[in-house]
Design a binder for this molecule. Structure first.
Ligand SMILES: [Zn+2]
Length: 250
């Protein structure tokens, strides 16, 4: 499965309400504690692939932004994730990039892998016009049984996650903080929300007269970018805590 965030000015979003996700703020798949964690620990590990840099932000700046977003989720007071970075060492990463012919590796690297920036044509494979509408995407790779059905070893009614990987669309202009461009930390914070099993949340409206977006509530987990947002608000925190508040007991 894949969750993506759009740039907010793509035509196919159409007119008034273009998304409305008021579910339980959780994806239907989640990590499981203990032996099924591929690294054998309950800590959430992550890796930043620095071999696929953005076309217009330095690797140093983009990695700093990604690390900052990981630190923001780690700082949530309701959870003890033990988020740990595995140092970048140039190894190939990316199950989905490998699958779609953009290089990579089918091997486990970390629980959450930032696979770097890929060309627009990768995103066209995800949905029509994806190269011009999708900013970033998070893939969830799950365990299946011999019949291809999701495995749920801890009976939490969520399929067991092997790992997640995040890609950014290099067809857009990116920035580290200042405009113009899409802020890397903001998009990373959103994608890592998916990486930590949160779903989209909130309604977006476009005012026809001036084309401006309005959000209700505005949240990191809105499905559309709406400017720099590098802190988690109440809605995002509640969604996070509902998933991770008891980890690793759930
Ligand atoms: Zn998203």
């Amino acid at each position: 499965m894949a969750e993506y965030i759009t740039s907010g000015d793509s035509d196919e979003m159409g007119n008034v309400i273009f998304f409305n996700n008021r579910g339980n703020k959780q994806l239907s798949f989640d990590f499981v504690p203990g032996s099924l964690q591929l690294d054998g620990t309950d800590a959430v590990t992550y890796y930043v692939d620095e071999t696929r840099p953005s076309g217009n932000v330095s690797v140093e700046e983009s990695t700093s932004a990604i690390v900052a977003s990981m630190d923001t989720w780690e700082a949530a007071s309701c959870s003890e994730l033990g988020i740990t970075r595995i140092p970048s060492d140039g190894r190939p990463t990316g199950f989905y990039s490998a699958l779609l012919g953009f290089g990579g590796s089918f091997s486990y690297v970390a629980d959450v892998v930032h696979g770097g920036w890929l060309p627009g044509i990768f995103f066209d494979r995800l949905r029509p016009n994806g190269s011009r509408s999708i900013l970033g995407v998070t893939f969830t790779i799950i365990y299946v049984d011999g019949n291809g059905n999701p495995v749920d070893t801890n009976n939490d009614n969520k399929g067991d996650v092997a790992w997640r990987e995040i890609y950014y669309n290099d067809n857009f202009t990116w920035s580290a903080g200042a405009s113009p461009g899409f802020d890397i930390e903001t998009v990373s914070l959103h994608e890592v929300g998916h990486g930590l099993s949160q779903a989209h949340f909130g309604k977006a409206f476009r005012t026809t007269s001036n084309g401006k977006l309005h959000f209700s509530p505005r949240a990191v987990m809105n499905a559309t970018y709406s400017g720099v947002q590098t802190t988690v608000d109440g809605t995002d925190n509640a969604g996070h805590c509902s998933i991770w508040g008891n980890w690793p007991k759930n």
